[in-house]
Design a binder for this molecule. Structure first.
Ligand code: CUK
Ligand code: CUA
Length: 656
């Protein structure tokens, strides 16, 4: 296909290209003259490749020359890939995959050392689980601003929450409670990251016990868990965490109040009909049972009050979790509902903290709830009714700012620095930009194709940046070269700095449906370059008691097995011959004694499913049973030096 450019357009492109070349040359002598020639080359290139002026502008806005870093990090959930993907913006270059709930071979995550312990923390009821359906990553916040220290992410399928330390981009902890059987409204943090919120989705009897689904109304329940976060330790403290029991609706998404609404948390819900399917038992399918009501309920919870109630001991312990029972929550004024139109989705608090925006999958509006009005009515107990469980209901009209007529199927909303909101509209497949002041749509941008979440630069904090937005679309259909029936997802980078949104870049994401992401200023993160001092264990944040000092390498036979104290340095392991007997338990205490930034080694042992990553200064403890006699070469997996292939040794397992 040839693209014919209008004369005027050709000239302006030439000018644009020239300007870009001149700028790129940094005004060095001769740049002007070179620029003219380059402009002509650029034009020829455009014509050969069939690029428009808009294409070139988009390219210039995203292209990041070698050696230049991106302005933002985006942390995207890997969906049912169970991991986190780190992406640079505006280049949309993938910077890292972080293994979270799923083993990640490149990082040696889950292949023999303590990282396996982290994965094991996430097993449920003795069941080994090595995948997850990650949905909503949340960056830690201080006073409602991202502080660049931690990232949390949830698993919808096996209700769990993971803690990732952004000093080394490593998953440090997984917590889960058998109080609930699935979740969705996670992870969302309070403005100072006191708590990480996790809310159930599909109701089930609390605590993992059995009750037939016919007892749905009486025995099935939902719950919101408040995981206490200890920032100093960088860990969630389950013993200090608590939950609130909720009616058996499908609690969906949550968000915490901020500024004027600090101390509140909101959660939308679906299926207040309490349908539970039963197609072969003569009942309507779940989806039609769950869409009978015109209104579901926004859950409004003053969490600071709830925290005080939990501290006062008005809880019952279920599956090891302190639970504020539903009746206590009602009696203490911890829970009220406001009606929400038609299969609501999304729950996003505005940057100033006065409103919470909710979409509706079968609605054409976004509704902006007025948090202060809600708080006031709850304070004065101005209720218009009760749900079947006695939870008070507020008047819809008296609880909202208003509604924005937006298009069919609004989902999620993020914000910019100029008072605009951006909502993903699923059925219409657009991003709708609308004014928070007068609730009017000012622009729409087509996405390719089914948009789910969207993320804007610092777009869910108290001070969004504007600039960039990524539409996270499910299934790319025709945007990329075909790769078989399972389609990649499509992240579309959008420039939101001007009045009109402009599409800049399509990035295929060959992983699970990614749901949500967070976009943070790159400068806020201060990752370490090497582990210091030598012998640091990333999982204890301390020099490991078994750290091996260069020159003190040794092999010791102890009561529990053979302990090998090993070091790695370019280009050898010491010791490089390890002799054990068939059936021995083997402990490898390996320290990478290097401190140069790129001196990473890996240690892989044939036949043992052992593969660890040894970043400079890192120590790890590997444990396995040598249950098969034979000769097992081990070697370094990182091309660390010219003699990397020679960085190897033998594990000799002598027959009994
Ligand atoms: S849900 Cu995925 S598009 Cu899990 Cu946040 Cu709305
Ligand atoms: Cu060390 Cu290759």
């Amino acid at each position: 296909m040839t693209v014919r450019l209008q004369h005027r357009s050709v000239r302006s492109v030439a000018l644009l290209a020239t300007a870009a070349m001149v700028a790129a040359c940094g005004g060095r002598s001769g740049a002007q003259a070179q620029g003219g020639g380059a402009g002509k080359d650029v034009l020829a290139l455009m014509q050969t490749r069939g690029l428009t002026e808009a294409d070139v502008q988009a390219a210039l806005k995203t292209y990041t020359p070698t050696g230049k870093h991106d302005e933002y990090y985006t942390f995207a959930s890997g969906g049912h890939g169970g991991n986190v993907i780190v992406i640079g913006v505006p280049s949309m270059r993938i910077l890292k995959y972080i293994g979270v709930f799923t083993p990640e071979p490149w990082q040696g995550f889950g292949y023999g050392d303590e990282s396996g312990e982290v994965l094991r923390q996430g097993f449920r009821g003795g069941q080994e689980i090595t995948w997850a359906d990650t949905h909503h990553p949340a960056l830690s916040e201080t006073a409602g601003e991202y502080d660049g220290q931690f990232l949390f992410i949830n698993d919808k399928c096996n209700p769990r929450v993971a803690v990732i330390d952004l000093s080394d981009f490593v998953t440090k902890q997984i917590v889960g409670s058998e109080l609930i059987a699935s979740e969705h409204g996670a992870t969302f943090v309070t403005p100072n990251t006191d708590y990480v919120i996790e809310t159930s989705q599909y109701p089930a009897p609390l605590g993992g016990v059995y009750a037939d689904v016919s007892e749905f109304d009486t025995k099935y329940r939902g719950a919101m868990i408040f995981w206490k976060f200890d920032r100093k330790q960088g860990r969630i403290v389950p013993a200090d965490s608590f939950a609130i029991e909720l009616p058996p609706y499908m609690q969906d998404l949550a968000d915490c109040g901020k500024k004027v609404s600090d101390g509140w948390v909101f959660c939308n819900s679906i299926n207040t009909e309490r349908a539970y399917g039963g197609i072969l038992e003569g009942k309507p399918p779940l989806e039609s049972g769950a869409t009978q009501n015109d209104m579901d309920y926004l859950h409004c919870i003053p969490w600071r009050k709830a925290e005080a109630v939990a501290k006062a001991g008005k809880t019952e312990t279920i599956a090891g979790m302190r639970v504020i029972r539903m009746q206590t929550a009602i009696d203490e004024g911890l829970l009220a509902f406001v009606p929400q139109p038609k299969s609501p989705h999304g729950c996003d608090v505005t940057p100033d903290g006065t409103g919470v925006v909710v979409g509706g999958k079968l609605d054409t509006h976004t509704t902006v709830y007025d948090i202060l009005k809600i708080a006031e009515q709850m304070e004065q107990k101005q209720y218009v009714g009760k749900d079947p469980y006695g939870v008070p209901i507020l008047d819809f009209k008296k609880s909202i700012f208003g509604q924005c007529e937006i298009g069919l199927g609004p989902l999620h909303t993020v914000f910019d620095d100029k008072g605009f909101a951006y909502t993903s509209v699923f059925i219409e497949t657009v991003v709708a930009k609308w004014s928070l002041k007068d609730l009017k749509v000012v622009d729409k941008l087509d996405t390719h194709f089914n948009i789910g979440h969207l993320v804007a630069a610092e777009g869910d904090t108290v001070s969004p940046d504007g600039k960039y937005l990524i539409a996270m679309n499910k299934w790319a259909l025709d945007r990329f070269a075909p790769v078989g029936p399972l389609l990649p997802q499509n992240f579309q980078l959008v420039d939101i700095s001007g009045e009109k949104m402009t599409l800049l870049y399509d990035m295929p994401l060959p992983l699970g449906e990614p749901h949500n992401a967070q976009m943070v200023k790159a400068g806020k993160l201060k990752p370490i370059e090497v582990y210091k001092p030598i012998g640091m264990n990333p999982y204890t944040h301390a020099v490991d008691p078994n750290a091996t000092i260069a020159g003190k390498e040794r092999i010791e036979r102890k009561a529990d097995g053979v302990h090998v104290y090993m070091t790695s340095v370019r280009s050898h392991f010491t010791p490089d011959i390890v002799r054990v007997k068939e059936g021995d338990r083997v402990f490898l205490h390996v320290t990478n004694v290097e401190q140069a930034k790129d001196a990473t080694h890996g240690l892989a042992i044939g036949g043992q499913n052992v593969n660890v990553s040894l970043e400079p200064g890192k120590h790890c403890n590997i444990e396995f049973v040598a249950n098969k006699a034979g000769v097992f070469p081990f070697y370094c997996t990182e091309f660390c030096s010219a003699l990397h292939l020679e960085m190897a040794g033998y594990l000799l397992v002598e027959p009994k």
